[in-house]
Design a protein around this ligand. Structure first.
Ligand code: NAP
Length: 343
């Protein structure tokens, strides 16, 4: 027996209605985002906002962006901008999102959406009361591969789900000046990498989409700068479904993910956040594999932008693929992990 794997239902990003984007915080990920939009969509990069106008001008020049603002306040006030992509370090996400929302702009906010659940909730409430769209830029959610996983799990092809296991570790040379190692810039494995794991567990376990885990267990260690270096997490969700997650800044890990059900196993081939392939193996049956074309963030970030553009054009204030309530719940789980790790 083999499971017939469905086709992705995600539309070509090039078909999404063109919105005018303002890029707030032209750093490393903003570079990949802008490159992806230019390569794969009709989205318009209308303006960039930097704390330093000269830095903004270099980014604008590279991406053919017509307007440069030397202050974030000016970017969010720009009438030529429909939606602001927020790509500052973690501790500034909520503040920048609120700035844009108060100016009446839609927002797509880099992961993690905020530093904790209370902050995330404040942004969600502000967007709701202003009637603008807000979404966490949790880019794996919007990929064709993820839609195949969504359909396989939704159809019950591997039976009742019991466990998710996933790891995400990268080696970063210790550098106290890097935001990853700096507590003041929200550094640490958990918020930078671990958020992908908890988000995947929330997505794949189903139950976590509707309720926070019943139990959160975690152990970890710190870097010399005092941010979490590596963390092991066990989540127990509805119906005693488990997630086993591991993240580290100190070693490269396989970055694969497995979802185990009563009737089979779904493997998300590395890296699970940008799957090269998915294999579904029913117990006692033959494996079926489907491969995917996106191999670089520059070919993948366009999907989150296209999703935002479609939802905004349709007058919606959230994406059903990454609802704000789930983003807040994921933040609450991360809060619980941090509480387990201690002060
Ligand atoms: N989706 C993904 O795959 C992915 C990958 C990497 C990072 N991220 C997320 O994206 C965010 C940015 O990460 P990044 O790696 O792009 O960071 P980065 O290269 O350091 O860029 C961050 C930008 O934020 C602005 N900024 C505002 N206040 C700042 C401050 N106090 N210190 C430093 N920069 C400040 C800076 O732009 P101006 O000074 O010019 O305004 C800077 O260029 C993080 O939240 C991270 O979690 C996502």
């Amino acid at each position: 027996m083999t499971v017939a794997l469905p086709a992705s239902r995600i539309a070509d990003p090039a078909q999404a209605p063109a919105l005018r984007w303002g890029v707030l915080g032209p750093g490393r990920i903003a570079e990949a985002f802008a490159t992806s939009l230019r390569a794969h969509t009709r989205q318009v990069l209308a303006a960039v906002g930097s704390r330093n106008a000269a830095r903004g001008a270099v980014f604008a020049e590279r991406h053919g962006i017509p307007a440069v603002h030397g202050a974030y306040e000016d970017l969010v006030a720009d009438p030529a901008v429909d939606v602001v992509y927020i790509a500052t370090p973690n501790p500034f996400h909520a503040r920048c999102a609120l700035l844009a929302i108060e100016a009446g702009k839609h927002v797509v906010v880099e992961k993690p959406f905020a530093m904790d659940a209370d902050e995330a909730q404040r942004v969600a409430e502000a967007a709701a009361s202003r009637g603008v769209f807000a979404m966490e830029a949790m880019w794996p959610r919007f990929l064709p591969a993820t839609d195949v996983i969504r359909q396989v799990l939704g159809a019950g092809s591997i039976g009742d789900i019991h466990a998710v296991s996933a790891d995400l570790g990268e080696y970063f040379a210790p550098d106290p000046t890097s935001r990853l190692f700096d507590p003041a810039l929200g550094g640490g494995a958990l918020l930078d990498l671990g958020v992908y794991l908890v988000s995947f567990a929330s997505f794949a376990l189903g139950g976590l989409e509707r309720a926070a885990p019943e139990r959160v267990i975690a152990a970890g260690s710190l870097t010399e700068t005092g941010v979490d270096a590596q963390v092991s997490i066990v989540l127990q969700g509805e119906g005693h479904r488990h997630a086993h997650l591991f993240t580290t800044l100190e070693a490269r890990t396989p970055t694969s993910a497995f979802v185990t059900g009563t009737r089979g196993v779904l493997e998300v081939h590395a890296p699970f956040y940008l799957p090269s392939a998915i294999t579904v193996t029913p117990h006692g049956g033959d494996a079926a594999t489907v491969r995917f074309a996106q191999h670089r963030p520059e070919d993948a970030l366009c999907f989150e932008a296209a999703e935002a553009a479609r939802q905004i054009a349709d007058g919606r204030t959230e994406s059903p693929l990454m609802p704000l309530a789930e983003t807040v719940r994921i933040m609450r789980t991360l809060d619980a992990v941090r509480a387990e790790l201690g002060p």
